[in-house]
Design a protein around this ligand. Structure first.
Ligand code: ATP
Length: 459
């Protein structure tokens, strides 16, 4: 049985140390969450997997880590300052505030129909830089990571000399003052994005747009999401004026199908918007006039003519990815003995703890010594986090690791440390217990690392 309610996921996340309400000791900060010891491992593993597929395994995409604090002019030219808002309504009866496009004429809290007219609500967080709090010191916490890529476009071109088509990718925090954060980590005010801006010659954009829609969907499947819970939504209405096409990858969350990642053909809007002398550039998108930029964001096309490239943008949310993966991995199973076990069937490369080493008896120094030796061997082999599990009895240890998604447990027992002449067939062997099948196999320590790599942690 897969997870049926958000409550099951929220409860598991808190109980086992994945995700906590932020500032909970002071009543919590709405729409803000903290990642606990296991959550941070899962998050880093997901980000690393994205980084590996985007940057390490390709030669046409470059990494970047731009700053969060953003120049006001950048977010003016990008259009955010004027238009980055959601329509908001207030309920006059219970004073709650909602996104107008999320409700249908009545207050979801008290059912009243006495609502105010829609007003735009600005989503960007402002801050002041420097000691003087005036208009000139206004800066923003970025609402998306993308702008840092566009403002560094020339630096990357000048320092790395890429040829079209090529991409620049980054992962990092983004901030939006959402009117109604909700559905756990699905809609929050501080989150992380994994964004690629893939620059192509005008005319090649349709091909690359299709390529990235398919590539991104396949990537999420390779992370463990099932095909039948993913849907492509090719938007035809309500998309940005400069966008030639937008596809949302929707996932079936406990609260329904919603956006996990968006892929857009943003034409030459972004690089055009941030360029000087726009009239000389033959920009196709409608941009704001720019008298502030000191450069033209162009690069040579195949005929060596400078062009403002089109950009295809796959933009994914880390939190939405984690929620989808937890939802997909969560299972409650009835065992032969009638007991229920909760198991998180995460792909091994995402699992927060890779391997748990468990002593059959905690009060036997020889066994504990061997446990430490095996853990050391596995840690040196770079599997990721290897835990020595000393809590409770063996059954409890297995249950804990089922619940947090540890792909396998390695048990050290009396036979492991038995003298060679007494039990030659068991000497220097351990038991590996498989999280998903519950099967157990006896493996010789000399073959352990190789066996784990071939069976569980295939690259
Ligand atoms: P929505 O329509 O759900 O508000 P959006 O279309 O505004 O999302 P984009 O601007 O396309 O979102 O951002 C790209 C990705 O960033 C989204 O697909 C999502 O995964 C993530 N994201 C955006 N807003 C949030 C948020 N408030 N909380 C968590 N993730 C978010």
């Amino acid at each position: 049985m897969v997870a049926t309610s958000m409550d099951q996921l929220v409860s598991l996340c808190k109980r086992r140390g994945f995700i906590f309400q932020s500032n909970a000791i002071y009543g919590g900060l709405q729409g803000i969450y903290d990642f606990g010891p296991l959550g941070v491992e899962l998050k880093r593993n997901l980000i690393q997997s994205w980084w590996t597929s985007m940057i390490h395994h390709r030669d046409d995409i470059y990494g970047l880590d731009a700053a969060i604090l953003t120049h006001r002019q950048t977010l003016y030219q990008s259009g955010h300052e004027d238009t980055f808002s959601d329509p908001m309504v207030d309920c006059r009866s219970c004073k709650m505030r909602f996104r107008a496009d999320h409700i249908d004429g009545k207050c979801p809290s008290c059912d009243s129909t006495d609502l105010t007219d829609e007003r735009p609500f600005h989503l960007m967080f402002k801050t002041q830089m420097g000691p003087v709090a005036d208009d000139a010191s206004l800066a923003y916490l970025r609402p998306e990571t993308a702008q840092g890529i566009f403002t560094n476009f020339k630096h990357v071109v000048d320092s790395c000399s890429p040829k079209l088509p090529f991409g620049i990718a980054q992962v990092g925090k983004a901030f939006r003052n959402e009117i109604t954060p909700r559905n756990f980590i699905f809609r929050v005010r501080e989150f992380e994005q994994m964004e690629l801006e893939f620059f192509v010659a005008p005319g090649d954009d349709d091909h690359w747009y299709d390529y990235w829609v398919n590539a991104r969907k396949d990537w999420w499947i390779s992370q463990g999401l099932s095909k039948n819970k993913l849907k492509l939504d090719h938007a035809t209405t309500g998309i940005a004026h400069y966008s030639k096409a937008t596809t949302d990858i929707l996932y079936e969350y406990p609260h329904g199908f919603e956006e996990l990642e968006g892929i857009s053909n943003r034409t030459d809007f972004d690089l055009g918007s941030h360029s000087k002398d726009q009239k000389s550039l033959n920009i196709q998108a409608q941009t704001l006039n720019n008298n502030a930029s000191n450069t033209k964001l162009t690069t040579p096309d195949q005929s060596q003519k400078p062009v403002v490239p089109f950009v295809i943008e796959p933009s994914a949310g880390v939190e939405r990815g984690i929620l989808a993966l937890l939802n997909e991995a969560y299972h409650e199973e009835i065992l032969d003995n009638g007991q229920t076990r909760t198991v998180l069937k995460l792909a091994p490369h995402l699992a927060p703890v890779k391997i748990a080493v468990v002593p059959l008896a905690k009060n036997k120094p020889d066994i504990i010594h061997k446990v430490k030796e095996i853990a050391q061997l596995l840690r040196k082999s770079n599997f990721g986090r290897v835990e020595i599990e000393m809590t409770g009895n063996i059954g409890k240890a297995y249950r804990r690791h089922d619940e947090i998604g540890t792909p396998c447990c390695i048990t050290i027992d009396f036979d492991t440390i038995a003298a060679e002449d007494s039990k030659p067939e068991w000497h220097q062997t351990v038991t590996i217990r498989n999280r998903d099948t519950l099967s157990q196999e006896r493996i010789s320590i000399s073959n352990l690392v190789k066996h784990l790599k071939e069976t569980y942690f295939i690259d």
